[in-house]
Design a protein around this ligand. Structure first.
Ligand code: 2AM
Ligand code: CA
Length: 265
């Protein structure tokens, strides 16, 4: 694949899609719920995914597309070139705040992350990377991530996981939350993972994400020397829901060992 050509198109389309989303603020949104009353989807999520599918099909007819809203392909493998797209990550923020949402696009070839793009539309911040060629926030190169001890770390974590829930004993992450310098919750996994890549957060932890939530972020974080795994320290699977733990080096090993007990929970 001609990675640079794909990168140029993808950057152009993501900015154009962002402009269309911003224009929609003046119009009435059509909001529906999906799996539960807090799982929102709007006409703009669907229209934005269809915008990308049309562009990709016209320009790269051999590429496959995995999109959150389901207008792309049904994939059983990651063979070939696959675009993994979340047209609006942080839909609840989009609906309630008109900010703090992002478009997320990860482009993989035979399962290897080649391009990561996360566009924080309202703040006009485009995080982008080509594997092996560095990561950027708009024009500025992102620095390699340095080690940080737990007590100096700011971690992204949602309060869901330190209160009673179906996936983890709240005491486990509760202990970590007590020991770190601070916690943040932005409501868009893509922005939280991009923030780890940019050094604005030291780590991001969550118990359930889908491939479109983290596909782009994985490329960005690995490009700056960050570490990514599930909360049990396993490799993240791009075709399934996963728990995820994106982190600066050092902090990742320490948290797995001292709080997550190397997956023993
Ligand atoms: P979304 O806005 O694209 O749905 C909120 O904490 C973050 O979790 C958002 O990035 C949101 O993505 C994602 N999210 C919300 N519900 C989810 C679900 N049922 N499964 C996986 N990720 C989800
Ligand atoms: Ca979404």
């Amino acid at each position: 694949m001609d990675t640079h050509e794909i990168y140029r198109y993808a950057k152009q389309w993501i900015v154009e899609a962002g402009e269309r989303i911003e224009k929609s603020f003046k119009e009435t949104l059509d909001v529906e719920t999906k799996s539960n009353r807090n799982d929102l989807v709007t006409n703009m999520d669907k229209e934005t995914e269809q915008f990308f599918i049309k562009k990709i099909n016209e320009t790269f007819p051999n590429h496959k597309i995995l999109g959150e809203e389901g207008f792309g392909d049904e994939l059983e493998s990651l063979k070939g070139v696959v675009w993994i797209i979340d047209p609006i990550d942080g839909t609840m923020n989009f609906v309630h705040q008109q900010r703090n949402f992002a478009i997320s696009i990860g482009i993989y070839e035979d399962g290897i992350g080649k391009i990561g793009l996360i566009y924080d539309v309202v703040h006009r911040e485009l995080y982008h990377a080509i594997k092996g060629e560095g990561a950027f926030l708009n024009e500025a190169p992102l620095d390699k991530l340095q080690e940080v001890p737990v007590q100096n770390a700011i971690i992204g974590v949602n309060a869901t996981w330190v209160t009673a829930n179906r996936r983890i004993d709240p005491a486990i992450l509760g202990a970590l939350v007590k020991d770190v310098r601070g916690t943040r919750s932005y409501g868009s996994a893509a922005i939280e993972i991009a923030s780890v890549a940019a050094g604005r957060l030291d780590a991001y932890i969550t118990l359930r994400l889908s491939p479109w939530d983290f596909a782009a972020g994985l490329v960005l974080v690995e490009e700056v020397g960050g570490v990514a795994s599930t909360l049990r320290g396993e490799k993240i699977n791009l075709l399934k829901q996963n728990s995820v733990f994106f982190s600066k080096p050092g902090l990742h090993e320490a948290v797995l060992k001292d709080y997550l007990k190397d997956g023993n929970w």
